[in-house]
Design a protein around this ligand. Structure first.
Ligand SMILES: [Cu+2]
Length: 195
């Protein structure tokens, strides 16, 4: 074997090792922005959070500092419309947040037969059939953040998407589902950013 051949073989071997290593390392080192979670993992998330106070009478939550908010889309509950978000046990609550606070939203589609997403916008209701339908993508494409469209779960696996939003100026925003017809049928809520 001449030197060139040995070098070529060594290069190929190195390439294979690097490719194999990255195949095994990549899934665990990548940020888990979206994926599947089990019902058990979802239940473990549904705990009272620091910096969040719940006001059932006003159907609102107040967030005073950095917090994680669990958003369940399309809750499968009696007398609850599928066109709903469930947050802290409430349906489409107003989220009151202090200016400058960074919120992490864990959006989980708990609906067994419909797709939903969670998009934050300055566009106010009423919404039409196609309201927001241009904002389908994930990757925090909107100014304030948007989840990807989450398919209904299957086999006990629920689709989730993690997104982070910082509310740097005071005012009124809205969250809604941009699947055609959903916001029109009430799948939205208010976000008030206060000083
Ligand atoms: Cu929806």
């Amino acid at each position: 074997m001449n030197t060139y051949k040995a070098f070529a073989l060594a290069s190929v071997a190195l390439l294979i090792i690097v490719a194999a290593a990255s195949f095994f390392v990549y899934p665990t080192s990548a940020p888990e922005q979206y994926g599947y979670m089990s019902q058990g993992q979802l239940s473990a998330l549904a705990v009272p959070e620091a910096n969040i106070s719940v006001n059932g009478t006003a159907n609102s939550i107040y967030v005073s500092g950095p917090a994680t908010i669990l958003v369940e889309t399309g809750p499968m509950k009696a007398n609850v419309s599928m066109y709903s978000f469930e947050i802290s046990g409430m349906i489409n609550p107003e989220i009151v947040v202090k200016q400058g606070v960074e919120l992490k939203f864990v959006v989980v589609n708990v609906d067994s037969d419909a797709s939903h997403n969670f998009v934050i916008t300055s566009a106010s209701p009423p919404y039409t059939y196609m309201s927001g339908s241009g904002m389908m993508g994930g990757g925090n494409t909107g100014m304030y953040g948007s989840s990807m469209m989450l398919s209904p779960g299957s086999g006990g696996n629920l689709n989730y998407y993690n997104m982070t939003s910082t509310f740097s100026s005071t005012g009124t925003l809205w969250y809604l589902c941009t699947y055609p017809g959903h916001a029109q049928n009430g799948m939205y809520g208010k976000i008030s950013v206060i000083p």
